[in-house]
Structure formats: structure tokens, C-alpha cells
Design a protein around this ligand. Sequence first.
Ligand code: GBH
Length: 492
Amino acid sequence: MSISNFSRRSFGKAMGAAAAVSSTGLSSAFAAQGESATEGQPKENYYQFPQDFKWGCATAAYQIEGGAKDGGRGPSIWDTFSHQPGHVYENQTGDVADDDYHLYKEDVQLLKSLGAKIYRFSVSWPRVFPQGTGQPNPQGIDFYKRLVDELQANGIEPFCTLFHWDLPQALQDKYGGWQSRETSKAFADYAGYVASQLSDKVHHFFTMNEFSSFIDLGYRDGRFAPGLKLAPGPLNQARHNAVLAHGLSVQAIRAKAQAGTRVGVAENAAVPVPVIESEAHIKASASAMRELNAPYLTVIMEGKYTEHYLQSAGADAPKFTPEDLKVISTPLDFVGLNVYTPVYVRSADSPEGFAVVKNPSSYPHMASSWLDVGPEALYWSPRHVGEIWKVKEMYITENGASSADVLTSDGQVYDTDRLMYLRNYLKSLHRAVTEGFPVRGYFCWSLMDNFEWADGYNLRFGLYYVDFKTQKRYPKLSAKFYKELIARNAVV
Ligand code: GBH
């Protein structure tokens, strides 16, 4: 769209108050008060971040790599699941995705062009161990070594996630995947191996991404791979095996990696936002934080399942030993938080002291129907984690939005809704950082459009638009926004 397509009125709006007042002849009145010095210029950066704050992007292996059969890669449960009809939008698969397995150098240039200083990618377990265990595949680990070298050569610090849902199919077949603690042990071996191979250059590892997504959606609702609908007992055991795998892998990474390697987790903890910022509702939201995350982040942080979780599970509670709980709560160097949407909470007279407030049907959401817009989530997530568990280092490991992006004939994407989303969420993050909650960096989800799990290629989360027929990438308006934001280290 060119400027001439704007009406005079919308142009004024787009340019902000400074242009609007000058067009109505009021600027001289403001000039008398000494306020015209920045007319037509960006105002000072009110939402300035600390100097050492790091900005970057996140992706995940199965969502971008493609190369499903290249370099000796074995099948993952997502290959199997997406190839069975009826699971993914239009039966699409990650066979090719963004073809990043071949185009990774080009994709590193996309990061560089944004000015990104950090990049969070994930390693495909079946690329490195095609059968999940046993002999590593040298070609598999070599791909990640080349990626890490390329990032380093371009001044981008790699942050590595070890599990973003692409479990080797062999472990699903042999053990029922996360239904067995054999898978937990296999994960620790794999994690230790990758850390031994990459920790000369990768100093930050995330064990797992979003327990509730791959367990609750994969083993309870059947919407994600492996598509199971387990009863509550086996489901709670799978949850336990997943956090146990996390803990075992923290220990394996520390045992096998170079000294100084830092380890954390990347979790989409439910984010209770108090309906009103009054004492009663804030206290309720803090209780909700512990209870709504009981099987995952709470047990990792506290080394205990909450009474309420165990009681309400009754006979279906997971079976575990005291030693398990110690392993699960092995101290971490940092916590990664994936933040998309809030859970509104109010105080209540119930024993737990809180109630979840369901949003009305008019509540606004992004292109993904689940993605309710609630910028405060990016304030309350680090605040709860900082206040309740005294975590000393945090990263926002994912935050971003889907939009019904349209590529114009001249190669532009005007994703104003994504800008609206990011701008407001980042103002909330700024508030958290300003109040001293130790968030050290932010990874936007995602660098580029990719395989959005059950939604296939139908929903786009990228800063870069991808034409999946040609594999050409185009910077959206949001990429330009993010670049400006990174350059000024402030919300713009
Ligand atoms: C993240 O999950 C993932 O880590 C990332 O891979 C993904 O691309 C990104 O979000 C965007 O979705 O279909 O109604 O059952 C965010 C948490 C959990 C939100 C699963 C969507 C499915 C809702 N997601 N959930 S539904």
C-alpha cells in the first residue's frame, strides 16, 4: 500500500498525534509550550529495555526442517501422525515444511537481518538417534554443528531445545512413548549426547518444550501425535514420566557438557491473570499459578505434587518414589516461559481460594481460535514465577501470534493485527522487567511461517511470510517492526 492510498484522515492516524495536530493547524499552540521539537519524529523511547536485554526468534525442528528422510533421519511420531489421514488440516505433513534442513544458511541471514542476537532452535531426536536409542547417527548431529557454526559466524547466540514433540517412532512402538519411564531414560541419554557434542558452542539448553501440549493433547485429547486418549491414571503417569525425563536430562547434560553449560526448561505454564489488580484477586492468581501448573512447572520448582492435585486425582494419581521427586526438581539455571494467552482468575471461597473465569464468546482472539489476546499475560507470567519460586533468570522462550496474512502482488504483508498483539504484549513485558523481574531475553514465535501442527500450513505465525511452493521468504510488516524494536531496544 502506498501513502497515496491513505485518506488524509487515516494518514494522520497512522502517523500519530504529531502529524494529526499539524494537519489541523494546532501545532503552533503546542509549539508555544515547547512541544514541537519532535514533530514528525519518533518520541523518546518510553518502553526502553535494559542494555543487556537479548532479542531473538524461536523455531522447532519438525515445524521448519523438512528433509524428513535425509541424512539418515528416522521417523518421529509426528511423521506417522501427519501421514494418517484426518489428523492435520488438509492432511498436510512436515515432510518438506520450510526446507530449512537445506536452506538453513538463508534462514540464519533472516535472523541477522532482523538484528537478532539469540536464536532458539530444536534438535530432532530421530535425526540424531534414528531408533531413539543405540548408535548416534553422525550425519544427524553434523547438521546441528553446521547450524551452530553458521549462527556463530553471524553473531547470533544459539539456544538449543532438546525436545519439541518429535519423539522417535521407535520409542512409541517399543514402550508406548511417555507411558514408560524407559522413554525418560532414553531421553536423558540422548540429551547428554547432544550436550556433549554441541556444548563447546551452545551454552544454553532447554530440556523440553511445553509438557501439557505433547502430553495432554497427545495422550489425553488425541489432537496431537501420537493421537491417544488415555484414561486419567495412565495419563498422569505419562505426565510424571515426562517431568522425570526432564530431571534426568538436566543431570545428564551437566554430566556430559562442558563446564559452564546452563540448563533450563521451556514451559507454557498456565498464566493466571487477576481479573482486577487488588490484593484478594492477586493472591488468588498466585494460588492458581501453583495449582493450574501442578503436574508440570510446580513439581519441577517445588519437588512435590500439590495436595490438591494428588487428592483430586485420587486412585489415578501418578506412582512415584521420593527419589523421582528429587530428580524432577534438580535446580535449574533459568526458566523459559512460552506465553500466548491469559487465564483470568478471581478470588473465591473455595478451598483453593480461586476460580477460573471463562471468557465470554465476544472475547477477541487472533487467527487461531485459542489465541485470546491478553497482553497482561506477559507481565504476570514472569511475575508469578519470580515471586512464587524466586527464579533468578528467565527467558520468554515463545510469544507471538497467528494472522490471516495476505501477500500483495508487490510482495508485502501488512499484518497490523500481529503488530498490535506484539506491541501490547511487549509493553507488559517491559512492565515486568522495569519492576525487576529477571527476564533476560525474548524469543518471538516465530522466525517464519511453518508447519503449525494440527493446523498444518493454514495458520501463519512467522515474522517472515513463506511461500511454501517456491520456499521464498518475505519480510512482513511485523519483521520491519521487530527490526526497529531491536535496533532501538524499545517497544516502537
Ligand atoms: C506453541 O504452543 C508451540 O510451542 C509451538 O510449536 C507452536 O507453533 C506455537 O505455540 C503456536 O501455536 O487446537 O484448540 O487443541 C502454544 C500452546 C498448545 C496452543 C496447544 C494451542 C492447541 C489448542 N499451544 N494448543 S487446540
